[in-house]
Design a protein around this ligand. Structure first.
Ligand code: HMG
Ligand code: MG
Length: 298
């Protein structure tokens, strides 16, 4: 009853690096993204066109975007908060734009310095302009299960943001467990709501693995017919505006699960392992992926 194919978006170069204190040299980032481009992954989020003061680790987004070797089989996206970011991303080169906001008022304010109601008109323009430019648009919604400041977020709050973003024209929505707190019953409650309104192909799940629940939540999502997930090499990552947010679920761990279930991804595990080792070495610390640690010990 499992799907034949699941599509992963590699968000390590964006979500993974944005929270690191170490600035990875631009040439090293490019080399690393080029390795990812040859792994068989179909989507890569290569950077963020946000204010460099807010996310210094990705201040070289333009340089990275201009100099990576584009594989025609890969869709390259970047995070854009507003029209200025979109303009920079379009000049640099993107196949897809990722807009973002939170289901929780306080997290939205801390992350992008606006209330939810102030954010909608900004994103509406960005989405429309990106669509006019012929780009795919994904809307990330953060804190769909829990907010580090406000606690539990109801499925209705998350669905209200989905409704607005779909109404503005996003092609898909990525639902973010920003602080990696959800358990499968929360995933079920949210997907019961979301999938009563939107089809599975339009929904992506974005789990952080702060408490080790991401694989259980992915399994639950698969049982709901979800076939698209965000992940990062080695489990790199976090969110600088969500206290205690650890990395994304590790691409290595998700591949172990999916391939073990007989689900195709088109991604070669050894290529992801090589890319994880490369960035681990540059960061000078071990990445949290368990599949990676096991592979290295054997
Ligand atoms: P602001 O200070 O309110 O912006 O920041 P502003 O419009 O008032 O402009 C202030 C200055 O910023 C101006 O420059 C603008 O030109 C400049 P000045 O006149 O002072 O010299 N500016 C920019 N510069 C470069 N690129 C831009 C840009 N926009 C304005 N795009 C803003 C608002 C949204 C820009 C800021 O809050 C920001 O950059 N936030 C980024 C936050 C962020 O990146 N968070 C992490 C990503 S979200 C995430 O990780 C969650 C996710 O993974 C899903 C999940 O896990 O849940 C997606
Ligand atoms: Mg994230």
């Amino acid at each position: 009853q499992y799907p034949k194919h699941v599509q992963l978006k590699e968000v390590g170069p964006r979500d993974g690096l944005q929270n690191e204190n170490v600035f990875i040299d631009t040439d090293d980032k490019i080399k690393w993204i080029n390795m990812l481009s040859e792994s068989g992954v179909q989507e890569i989020e290569y950077s963020s066109f946000v204010h460099p003061k807010w996310i210094p680790a990705l201040a070289d987004a333009r340089d990275v975007g201009r100099r990576i070797k584009r594989n025609p089989n890969v869709s390259y996206s970047a995070l854009v908060p507003n029209l200025k970011g979109l303009d920079h991303a379009l000049e640099t080169g993107i196949d897809a734009a990722s807009v973002f906001m939170s289901a929780s008022e306080t997290h939205n304010q801390k992350n992008i310095n606006k209330s939810i109601d102030e954010t909608y008109p900004v994103l509406k323009k960005v989405i429309q302009e990106a669509k006019t430019a012929g780009k795919f648009v994904t809307g990330y919604i953060s804190t769909v299960f829990d907010c580090p400041y406000e606690g539990r977020i109801s499925p209705e709050q998350a669905v209200a943001v989905c409704d607005q973003l779909f109404d503005y024209g996003v092609d898909s929505i990525s639902l973010g467990d920003t602080i990696g707190s959800a358990v499968p019953s929360q995933v079920e409650a949210l997907l019961d709501h979301v999938l009563s309104r939107y089809s599975q192909e339009k929904i992506i799940m974005h789990f952080h693995d702060t408490r080790g629940m991401a694989i259980a939540n992915i399994m639950t999502s698969i049982q709901y017919g979800i076939t698209r997930f965000d992940s990062s090499v080695g489990g790199l990552g976090g969110c600088p505006y969500a206290k205690g947010a650890a990395g994304n679920v590790a691409t290595n761990d998700v591949l172990y699960l999916l391939h073990g279930l007989g689900i195709e991804t088109g991604i070669k595990e050894e290529k992801i392992q090589q890319a994880a080792l490369y960035i681990q070495d540059k960061l000078g610390k071990r990445l949290p992926s368990k599949a990676l640690a096991y592979q290295l010990s054997n």
